[in-house]
Design a protein around this ligand. Structure first.
Ligand code: G3P
Length: 230
């Protein structure tokens, strides 16, 4: 499963990217507005930072204007994927942009039937929102499982499932188990994914025990040993 970071914050993207784990980035109007910076400059900077799909969302609500915005956004950088809301106008725009070779991420998906329509319209990615369903007491993972099954049952559907609105590491693990192609993850959750108290405890114990070894300098010891073999 690919890992995208769900943020428009450059410092977060830079940090997570330095771990070598980021395949792409998703943004939305709320995340962009939160940064208080110019939309297009931000998207371009993200694209220069991460050589993978970077979702930039249209604001228009009617298909012709969505297409116009999408065409322009796609010219900002080769990495841009045009994000479109899952409305009938959005589906129309998706199918037009797809025919022009522009990649799309159809977002705000809350039921499997919507995902089927998005795939028929040629979406590159479908974004089901797990956390927002969980908030309503509906199991968001059921939606991921259902969409994965529907897409697998029809090999003509090429749309990738992009699990979104992820709230914790379990969402990520369960998305991967369910066969989601991508999960887009907030920085906070990415950090939670990489830590465990037993890792820290074990590491501290190894370091303490190492101090009792006769020679604790690995670089010096190894360099001498390697030089001695020449
Ligand atoms: O980017 C779309 C999605 O991941 C938003 O998540 O936490 O606002 O429900 P959230």
């Amino acid at each position: 499963m690919k890992i995208f970071i769900d943020t428009a914050n450059l410092a977060e993207i830079r940090e997570a990217h330095s771990w070598g784990v980021i395949d792409g980035v998703t943004t939305n109007p709320s995340l962009i507005a939160k940064e208080g910076r110019d939309f297009i400059a931000t998207i371009h900077e993200i694209c220069e930072l991460v050589d993978g799909p970077v979702s930039a969302e249209v604001i228009a609500q009617d298909a012709p204007k969505m297409v116009q915005e999408g065409r322009l956004l796609a010219q900002v950088h080769k990495n841009v994927v045009v994000k479109i809301p899952l409305t009938f106008e959005g589906l129309k725009a998706c199918s037009i942009l797809t025919k022009e070779g522009i990649r799309t991420n159809v977002t705000l998906c809350f039921q499997a039937s919507q995902a089927l329509l998005a795939a028929k319209a040629g979406a590159t990615y479908i974004s089901p929102f797990i956390g927002r369903l969980d908030d309503l007491g509906i199991d968001g993972m059921d939606l991921i499982r259902s969409i994965v099954t529907i897409y697998k049952n029809d090999p003509t559907l090429k749309t990738q499932v992009l699990a979104a609105s992820i709230r914790d590491p379990l969402h990520v693990v369960q998305s991967a188990e369910a066969g989601s192609h991508v999960a887009t993850i907030p920085f906070k959750v990415l950090k939670q994914m990489g830590v465990h108290p037993l890792t820290d405890k074990g590491n501290a114990q190894f370091l303490a025990d190492w101090q009792t070894a006769p020679d604790t300098d690995i670089i010096g010891q190894t360099s001498r040993w390697l030089a001695g073999r020449k």
